[in-house]
Write a protein that binds this ligand. Structure first.
Ligand code: FES
Length: 130
């Protein structure tokens, strides 16, 4: 079976801009898809601008398929500079849309990226309450 990928998916897969760890991240969202075994980690650093918290730095480490890498990189593009409130609203549909569509069999890769970011934010908020 072969999948047809958009140019953007291929570009983000071959040349991800946000790959790697952030030094002293405020939080990490760590997730795994049990069916395919792909693992995704999203690192975030939160800044403050006009009393609003925003995603100052974001990066990822993904052990998975090409679509998993492309969706990880895209969610970093979409979340960077957004307030926490805005970043929470980023969905797998936004990721797939920005990538110029994804094969239906690869939509779960975008869901994994959405989950990883949400987990990173949730963990950040949990730590803040302490
Ligand atoms: S095949 Fe499962 S995340 Fe890509």
């Amino acid at each position: 079976m072969t999948f047809k990928y958009s140019k953007k998916v291929i570009e983000h897969f071959l040349h991800p801009k946000h790959w790697g760890k952030i030094k002293n991240p405020d939080s990490i969202g760590d997730t795994l898809n049990l069916r395919c075994g792909d693992i995704m980690k999203i690192y975030i650093k939160v800044g403050k601008k006009k009393k609003k918290e925003y995603i100052e730095k974001i990066s990822f480490e993904t052990l998975g398929c090409g679509a998993a890498i492309a969706t990880s990189d895209m969610i970093c593009d979409l979340a960077k500079g957004k307030t926490i409130k805005e970043a929470k609203k980023i969905s797998f549909k936004d990721i797939a849309g920005e990538l110029g569509s994804l094969p239906v069999q690869k939509i779960h890769c975008a869901r994994l990226a959405e989950t990883a970011l949400k987990m990173a934010i949730k963990e950040y908020e949990r730590k803040k309450k302490k």
